[in-house]
Design a protein around this ligand. Structure first.
Ligand code: TXA
Ligand code: MG
Length: 340
């Protein structure tokens, strides 16, 4: 049975009950500022395994470990100077840093790797929950494996009701896409593995050079072993084929207007009236990348629910916050891009 705690009942008692569930090896879904997380005690391999079962997630895909304060990374990872530079600039916040793991992190949590992803979320409910649990919390996004990450508690109830012990409703997630992931190697190399609300440009301002893993912008060659195991799995995908349109607005709009009637169009808020014969789902305001990130997964879920024959969407740029949109949409589209 899943206990659902609505947003207006996030009392200290209920958060304490959630912490107790985690300490005893159970599963709790909780809000973060990026997307909802499906949490278990990160130090308990058996509990971590339950996450994989509930999500249908391949067991070689490691979990991110959530901590209450940047210095708590000392207990679970081997930190370095670059970590503390990133921590003082961006933590708490939507950033995950990959570091060598300490032995307390079981291999079920790290997906068999000798590294661990450390994240200090800024969402007050996440923070209260970690403190109440008294242990670091391993949590992937609270979606079934391969589906878009949930930004609202409704999305989760559909997927995980009955598979977890408790769901904490914290309202809509603010950022809307998962944390930026950066890997720090012993030789000082920093590599961006997943773009998010903390941009490549922001990371470079703090660390100097930061490489971008090729899987961020390109399709992985078959049988490749990516730096981040999650990169090799199909992700965020609606059931209907999604095609990204590479061309200026006028061409894209004209192309969409001529598409077959059973095509669903993902378009900017300002454009929704231009497509009389089609179902449209708004993607956020055209000039406001933050609003597009915030809308992205909900838009993909809404598009999927309409059960269209195909979906068309604009191809984002690759600078600033757009890189996160580009990366998620390209993966949802299995890199299917049409040049106009
Ligand atoms: O915003 C977020 O990061 C959310 C919230 C809940 O915190 N969590 C999240 O977790 O997105 P998940 O499991 O959906 O995505 C984690 C990604 C996966 O692609 C995984 O392969 C990668 O991070 N990852 C985790 N640990 C890693 C490690 N040690 N080395 C390389 N990649 C790692
Ligand atoms: Mg995920």
């Amino acid at each position: 049975m899943t206990v659902f705690i609505p947003q207006n009942e996030l009392s200290d008692e209920n958060i304490a009950a959630a912490g107790e569930i985690l300490r005893r090896g159970g599963l709790v879904v909780f809000p973060t500022e990026t997307v909802y997380g499906l949490g278990a005690n990160a130090l308990d391999g058996k509990a971590a395994k339950k996450i994989y079962a509930a999500k249908g997630r391949p067991s070689d895909n490691p979990l991110i470990v959530h901590i209450a304060s940047p210095k708590d990374a000392e207990d679970i990872a081997c930190t370095n100077e670059a970590y503390y530079k990133l921590a003082s600039a961006f933590m708490p916040g939507p950033l995950t840093v990959i570091l060598p793991k300490r032995e307390v992190i079981p291999s079920a949590t790290s997906g068999g790797l000798d590294t661990v992803g450390v994240r200090c979320p800024s969402h007050p409910v996440a923070h209260r929950l970690i403190l109440s649990a008294g242990v670091p919390i391993a949590a992937p996004s609270a979606n079934l494996s391969g589906k878009p990450s949930p930004t609202k508690a409704d999305h989760i109830r559909a997927d995980l009701e009955g598979k977890v012990d408790m769901i904490l409703d914290g309202g809509e997630a603010a950022v809307g896409v998962e944390s930026t992931i950066v890997k720090l190697d012993a030789d000082g190399t920093a590599t961006l593995l997943r773009p998010g609300g903390i941009t490549h440009e922001m990371l470079q301002r703090v660390l100097g050079r930061v490489d971008i893993a090729s899987a961020v912008t390109e399709a992985l060659p078959k049988d490749a072993r990516p730096l981040s195991p999650g990169m090799k799995y199909r992700h965020y995908a609606p059931r209907a084929p999604l095609t990204l349109l590479d061309g200026d607005d006028a061409r894209r709009i004209a192309y969409c207007q001529k598409a077959p009637a059973d095509t669903l169009l993902l378009v900017f808020d300002e454009e929704t009236d231009l497509f009389a014969g089609h179902k449209v789902v708004p993607l956020g305001k055209k000039a406001d990348k933050q609003s597009q990130l915030h809308r992205l997964f909900a838009a993909l879920i809404e598009a999927d629910a309409e059960d269209p024959r195909q979906i068309l969407a604009p191809l984002p740029a690759t600078d600033g916050l757009s890189l996160a949109l580009y990366n998620r949409l390209c993966r949802a589209a299995a890199h299917h891009i049409k040049k106009l």
